[in-house]
Design a protein around this ligand. Structure first.
Ligand SMILES: [Zn+2]
Length: 443
């Protein structure tokens, strides 16, 4: 038996179980899970001492192109992704200009050629001006879904009122992804604070009720319209419990930050570099997020990689830019959580592989199985490393996890049969492609 690529000697995490299995890849696809010892290949990767995972996916990144390539671009953001063990990222639409039309989706799909190091899916943004076009927009090739900002964050996309949200839900059929914070409560509470207040004020302003109220409103309309929903970055104990009653309609994302950082300590240590939306919250919510990972409420984990310049972060609160980098550190930080006993490696694969595939209808990825793309993430669960600003591929040059010591590290990333990262170095040239989704047209 001869393959293009043979990954030999590793412990594979597959739907059939976790154990020793050599993986054979031919013409970019997995063709053998448990290849015979006699198998040969053009390229052999020695995976002894490593775990072989299906290629991991970050379904929530902001790569800032067009309009923000000084802090991040398709090229640098996907370089960070493969250095961090990811084979595919889904890129958010709140760029400048926003991705809100067929022309702009086409532009982005074409733009990644020769620039992206990993495969990509694209969100289209909902705006009050394009609601009737969303049904058509969500079927465009490589679109992972519609993104709705029901509460304001970075960029100019906002659909905050119930009538407009209902109109969005009645335009199209695929699962919609929401930034859920109640815009009216956000605006009303702004006057309780003043410029220069401590960065920890961010979590008081955008309090738990702001997120919970947003989610209650969205679920009421989703129930009325029977439109599938995905609540991004769920961050409160109340929402995790509440959403258990909506599992017929709604899937749940949690961010690595909300599983790793706690208020008030994060604000005391990091200042503006802890400011993101929804905010880092106190231990009660942190514990609830982990309980939701353990009890199965959570479907996907994202980084919400959202780079800003140091200048933009340095501004006093509330003018500091909200958002943190994370695409390159998502897998290392989560592997450290695995080593700490907070979740199993199988659950990590569920959350960063099978989960995104199930929620978004991503095809041929997220599963170490015959016929799937030859996407693999090889990890060394024993490796001890320190995350540093200097190692970040992002031009913004910082990570909120600078100085964090972790155990567990991605040592190779394979995209469709080609090793694109090995031992912290990217290899070859960018050959990332648009990803495929159920319910979209061919590219
Ligand atoms: Zn985001």
């Amino acid at each position: 038996m001869h393959f293009d690529l043979l990954v030999k000697g590793g412990i594979a995490v597959t739907p059939m179980g976790t154990g020793p299995a050599d993986i054979g890849v031919r013409e970019g696809r997995i063709v053998a899970v448990g290849a015979p010892a006699s198998a040969t290949a053009a390229t052999v990767i020695d995976a002894r001492g490593l775990h072989v995972l299906p290629g991991l996916i970050d379904p929530h990144v902001h790569l800032r192109e067009p309009g923000g390539d000084g802090v991040e671009s398709i090229e640098t953001g996907t370089k960070g992704a493969v250095l961090g063990g990811l084979v595919c990222v889904f890129d958010m639409p709140n760029t400048n200009p926003s991705i809100t039309s067929v022309e702009r989706v086409d532009w982005k799909r074409g733009h990644i050629a020769g620039r992206a190091w990993c495969d990509m899916g694209f969100y289209v943004g909902a705006a009050k001006s394009n609601i009737s076009a969303l049904a058509e927009l969500e079927t465009q090739a490589s679109v992972c879904g519609v993104k709705v900002f029901a509460g304001s964050s970075t960029g100019d996309l906002l659909v905050e009122d119930d009538a407009s949200l209902e109109a969005v839900m009645r335009s199209g059929t695929r699962r919609i992804s929401y930034h859920s914070e109640d815009e009216y409560r956000l605006q009303a509470r702004k006057k309780l604070f003043k410029s220069g207040d401590p960065y920890a004020s961010h979590a008081e302003w955008r309090d738990a009720e702001t997120a919970f109220l947003g989610t209650r409103r969205l679920m009421a309309i989703a129930r009325k319209t029977n439109r599938p929903a995905h609540i991004l970055h769920v961050s409160t104990a109340e929402e995790f419990l509440y959403l258990q009653d909506y599992r017929d309609l709604c899937t749940v994302e949690v961010l690595v930050n909300h599983l790793t950082q706690v208020a008030p300590e994060a604000y005391e240590t990091l200042g503006a570099y802890a400011v993101m939306n929804p905010p880092i919250r106190d231990r009660r919510h942190f514990d609830a997020a982990w309980e939701a990972v353990r009890n199965g409420t959570v479907d996907t984990i994202g980084s919400d990689h959202a780079p800003h310049s140091r200048e933009a972060k340095a501004r006093p609160w509330p003018d500091t830019a909200a958002g943190l980098t994370g695409v390159q550190t998502l897998v290392p930080v989560m592997l450290d959580h695995v080593n700490a006993g907070r979740l199993s490696l199988e659950r990590l694969v569920d959350l960063l592989g099978a989960g995104p595939a199930r929620v978004y209808g991503l095809l041929r990825k997220g599963r170490l199985a015959a016929g799937y793309d030859g996407d693999l993430t090889l990890v060394d669960m024993g490796a001890r490393r320190t995350i540093t600003n200097a190692a970040m591929a992002s031009p913004c040059g910082w990570t909120p996890f600078d100085g964090l010591q972790v155990q567990g590290w991605p040592v190779a990333t394979v995209v469709r049969g080609r090793m694109v990262m090995h031992e912290d170095e990217v290899l070859g040239t960018p050959t990332g492609r648009p990803a495929l989704f159920a319910g979209t047209r061919a590219g």
